[in-house]
Design a protein around this ligand. Sequence first.
Ligand SMILES: NC(=O)c1ccc[n+]([C@@H]2O[C@H](COP(=O)([O-])OP(=O)(O)OC[C@H]3O[C@@H](n4cnc5c(N)ncnc54)[C@H](O)[C@@H]3O)[C@@H](O)[C@H]2O)c1
Ligand SMILES: O=C(O)[C@H](O)COP(=O)(O)O
Length: 596
Amino acid sequence: MVNAIHTAHSLSTPFSSSLSLSSNLPFSSAFSLRPFPRRHRSLVFIVSASLDAKPTVLVAEKLGEEGLKLLKDFANVDCSYNLTPEELCNKISVCDALIVRSGTKVSRDVFESSSGRLKVVGRAGVGIDNVDLAAATEFGCLVVNAPTANTVAAAEHGIALLAAMARNVAQADATVKAGKWQRNKYVGVSLVGKRLAVMGFGKVGTEVARRAKGLGMHVIAHDPYAPADRARAIGVELVGFEEAISTADFISLHMPLTPATSKILNDETFAKMKKGVRIVNVARGGVIDEDALVRALDAGIVAQAALDVFTEEPPSKDSKLIMHEQVTATPHLGASTMEAQEGVAIEIAEAVVGALRGELAATAVNAPMVPAEILTELKPFVGLAEKLGRLAVQLVSGGNGVKTVKVTYASSRAPDDLDTRLLRAMITKGLIEPISSVFVNLVNADFIAKQRGLRITEERVILDGSPENPLEYIQVQIDNVESRFASAISDSGEIKVEGRVKDGVPHLTKVGSFEVDVSLEGSIILCRQVDQPGMIGKVGSVLGQENVNVSFMSVGRIAPRKQAVMAIGVDEQPRKESLKKIGDIPAIEEFVFLKL
Ligand SMILES: NC(=O)c1ccc[n+]([C@@H]2O[C@H](COP(=O)([O-])OP(=O)(O)OC[C@H]3O[C@@H](n4cnc5c(N)ncnc54)[C@H](O)[C@@H]3O)[C@@H](O)[C@H]2O)c1
Ligand SMILES: O=C(O)[C@H](O)COP(=O)(O)O
């Protein structure tokens, strides 16, 4: 029994919006949902299923040996370092995957030049600001990173810079090497008891905070998205931005470079800081307005800065910032330990190989993260969702174009206990792929739908019953269109198909207002006829004569001897002539062949 209907909500796309593109892929377009073998945090699957040939992976920056070995076991590996942008674009059209660190710009040009072949970009590290994610998404290219293996290395480098800056290690070293002995000039400041503001309390920020506490510092953190209990657990207080920057003796930056964090430290914010504040940046150069930092250093607001990252890398030789006496600089070394580089190489190689195999990518950056347990539960419904999309769109014959699709999920679960992103992506794939050359996957589904002006709304129907199953049925409805099979138009005037999973197999259970039951394997013939004895036999014998194997048959009718819809599952595609013979059977009023 239906209890409540939830308001439909429009597609909220997690993806960026612009442009288009399709695919000329060497891969088959089937989704693969094999479980991811190693890490089991949050999982995402991508597209490619069967590879026709050994894929080619271009490694554009130096990668640890263990990672290379993993790649070479699976793919042809081309290690070409220091490519110019033009050389990268030239090479990419014959590559299925690309692996980079922070030194390679993976621009829109790269995706355009790949002509759809590039399936995965692996960033051997955390920051993905050198990858044009919007373009990757538009081109259906998965971007994966290696977010954990260099965390400790970056945190250690942050602490190293903090201590080195406070004790003038780099400056003093340079003068000793120059034959000077300036003990009075390089009197430093102590860390113990000082207030450190960690800006960005993620993986690196947390590790920095832990270590700074060990040095006896009073650590506060600012991160609008971090859970307070995680901070409390290590004795760190989360505070607002203003409080963090205005009360700290030391500020350490650990947030990603995003439009919101770009130049987050600028003239205005420097002016609010305690005079004599010291700043460490191992995040990204772009989070500081570097000219403003020079001004703040000259004005004595900022006593010292220790920087591992720069807006432009490498910075220009005459950079005022680099040359400033109170600045300690390292050439983006945060992740550069032997241990971190081996770890990152393995992490990214596993992610790229897994993604190329069509497995689940735990570290996808431009696709929604779907937890592993949800994927396992929804697995049978993934096929159902795509097939319902395919059926629904093939039933359209004209009208105003397919613009509005309503998807209804019926479940006994609580409304917020069903993650529908994966199902929505599969329905979108089913709706779009049969009618275009576009290749749809979890990465680009929402983007492609939006780009084609397809509005997909989702609605939940809450049923009584056991919440053991995530879903009872899925219904796909296309509004404002005509149908090649008039019986697919429901009483309320839309094309409507509904399906369920039975014994792990997707079934079509409703077409328009007719209840049917046909397994969604092979293809389907739908016939509307006047309900009368012998119809199944007549259609069956036409198909038999044509050597078309029938896998399933079911009849749904309004009332005895009135109209009925027969759904026939067939293993082979009947010839046009065979279909015509079905149409010629008296009492068959209309029929349609639908390829799944
Ligand atoms: N120098 C290096 O070699 C090196 C090495 C590793 C990481 N990094 C950089 O360090 C940064 C952090 O890496 P991570 O692995 O900890 O990432 P992370 O995603 O685990 O943490 C980033 C944190 O920043 C927070 N954040 C986002 N916007 C913010 C804002 N406006 N204000 C405050 N906090 C905000 C997020 O909520 C998140 O908790 C990234 O920029 C990464 O690229 C640099
Ligand atoms: O974001 C990162 O992981 C770091 O900045 C490291 O970058 P790298 O791989 O170029 O050293």
